[in-house]
Design a protein around this ligand. Structure first.
Ligand code: SIN
Length: 545
């Protein structure tokens, strides 16, 4: 089975949808999304979009804060470009109908929130459900567009790559690869469809599910990064996994974030005895950058043996809290926690992948016709630690830049006919067996999935050591090889594909962390506690040979 289109967009969050709505003015767009359209990280984003809007703010200050947070690894040209293009990107979202909170008593000005690492108030937000507001506006526009087809329950398995290879010594080098779309598993028919496209855009989000505890939705299994890596694209800076300091600690709360904006409005982190502790770690206390706060909590928990610390905002006016954080207020109340009266139990959890598929300033990967945007990409904006609320901004700015690049050669490219692509598997017997067979050992999948996530949490977490990283690599490489073997003769279904991607991501994260023999931003290694600018002031790049 095959389907032809001009643009194949994998993922339906802010990056993919922003791009889709523009690309649809040029040609045919297919968006594939592996669950329901709204099952995205965007939909869960609480904080907002960091953009220079305040009278006391400036591009220079936003640039400086981003660079500080990135701990020497941000690409300064990219930071400057994203920050300066921010206000226009925001205007575009507003023009589509997205509503953000306005200042009380001033309908002209936005209510600006503050988060860790920002020297000024500059977070544009829609209450504490900013992502949901943006997602529904972008989705409504995409659904109404005649050129856009959205395929739900459609999981991309691998990219369709045309590559020229040549031997150098005994190594086969892939040269001049081109991407022509992706093989997509339609979960309803259980068939793999070849979606053949002139342009393929990866916007599958991050890979928080590689850790036992995460703020991410279930879809965050690193599919885009894994597919790009397998196809021969470079991936960068995967050691920089951002742990959000404050995820609700409650047995029934799966992955509920307590936005950093709560600390921005005066929330204070305290221990079990009610003592504030951030003053012991950083002069900016509760509003220090995220890596600092997450490490401080980790240290408090390790020293005390407690299960959680607490975030207290109960000193603020109750009506203000209910108005500013309606989602957090109601969710906590549903678990019996009244944030207007008592502290919220919180722990850090994996939140954001600062690395990803390496791209240039136009979102281009090093495979022709393949682009990456949003959390899937590593553009150089975040460096070693993303500044809070810079990610939605990056997604909108880069989706526009990818669109501009595609527009330049769209007329020429779209006139060429698309190649005839071979079916998913050449071997018909195997294909039927894999697509309709029953050779699946579900217990193995569940077991491996659990082991990977525990290894990553215990050995590759907020504080790392060489010994733990090496142990993790030994375990993960073995598990990944086993999964690859099982994958090759198993009935193709979502859990298996995701497990294969997660195992690869785990291994790549550990390999990247082992290559960086220093502590910087989110990569803290007790064996190299200092930053080493002489050797490591550069991205960690991995590429399949
Ligand atoms: C938050 O609301 O704390 C999350 C914001 C972000 O991750 O940028």
């Amino acid at each position: 089975m095959s389907l032809e289109t001009d643009f194949l967009i994998i993922g339906s969050g802010i990056a993919g949808l922003s791009f889709a709505n523009k690309a649809a003015e040029l040609g045919r767009v297919v968006i594939v999304t592996k669950k329901q359209k709204k099952d995205t990280s965007t939909n869960l984003a609480q904080g907002g979009i960091a953009t220079v809007m305040g009278k006391d703010d400036s591009f220079d200050l936003h640039i400086k804060d981003t660079l500080n947070s990135g701990d020497g690894l941000c690409h300064e040209d990219i930071v400057e470009m994203v920050v300066k293009e921010g206000p226009n990107a925001l205007d575009e979202l507003i023009a589509l109908g997205t509503r953000f909170n306005k200042s009380e008593g001033d309908d002209e000005a936005f209510d600006l929130g503050r988060e860790g690492g920002h020297s000024k108030r500059r977070i544009i937000h829609a209450g504490d459900i900013t992502g949901q507001e943006i997602e529904s506006v972008l989705l409504a526009k995409a659904e109404a567009h005649p050129n856009i087809q959205i395929l739900e329950n459609s999981l991309s398995v691998d990219l369709i790559i045309e590559s020229h290879s040549m031997w150098r010594g005994d190594v086969l080098w892939k040269m001049d690869s081109k991407c022509w779309g992706a093989y997509v598993l339609d979960e309803e028919s259980k068939k793999v469809v070849s979606v053949v496209a002139h342009y393929t855009i990866l916007s599958t989000g991050g890979c928080g599910k590689v850790y036992l505890y995460t703020s991410n939705p279930d879809i965050a299994t690193g599919d885009g990064i894994a597919m790009a890596y397998r196809a021969g694209s470079s991936v960068s800076n995967l050691e920089f996994v951002q742990f959000h300091p404050t995820v609700l600690y409650h047995p029934n709360a799966k992955n509920f974030l307590i936005s950093e904006a709560v600390r921005g409005e005066g929330g204070i982190l305290i221990d079990r005895h009610g003592n504030p502790f951030m003053g012991n770690y950083h002069p900016l206390k509760d509003l220090a950058c995220r890596d600092v706060v997450a490490r401080a909590i980790d240290s408090e928990l390790k020293n005390s043996g407690d299960d959680s610390v607490f975030l207290d905002i109960s000193h603020k006016d109750a009506d203000f809290l209910k108005g500013r954080f309606p989602n957090i207020y109601n969710k906590c109340l549903s678990f019996g926690i009244d944030i207007t009266k008592e502290p919220i139990p919180v722990v850090p959890a994996a939140h954001y992948m600062c690395g990803g598929v390496s791209t240039d300033e136009w979102g281009r990967t090093d495979i022709d016709q393949l682009y990456a945007i949003g959390e899937t990409a590593c553009t150089g904006l975040h460096g070693a630690n993303r500044l809070a609320s810079n990610s939605l901004l990056e997604a909108v700015v880069f989706s526009k830049r990818v669109f501009i690049k595609c527009s330049e050669d769209f007329d020429k490219r779209s006139k060429n006919s698309l190649p005839i692509v071979s079916e998913w598997l050449f071997d018909k017997d195997k294909s039927e067996h894999r697509q309709g067979g029953t050779n699946n050992e579900f217990v193995l999948i569940a077991h491996d999935w659990d082991i990977i996530r525990r290894i990553m949490w215990n050995y590759v977490g907020i504080v790392r050591s060489n010994r733990r990283l090496k142990l993790a690599l030994a375990h993960l490489s073995h598990i990944r090889e086993e999964i690859e073997e099982h994958y090759n003769d198993a009935f193709l279904q979502r859990d298996m594909v995701e497990l294969r991607n997660l195992a690869l991501l785990g291994e790549l994260i550990v390999k990247s962390a082992l290559l960086r023999k220093e502590s910087r931003g989110l990569n803290f290694n007790v064996d190299y506690p200092m930053r080493d600018d002489e050797k490591y002031n550069k991205d960690t790049v991995l590429k399949l040979k």
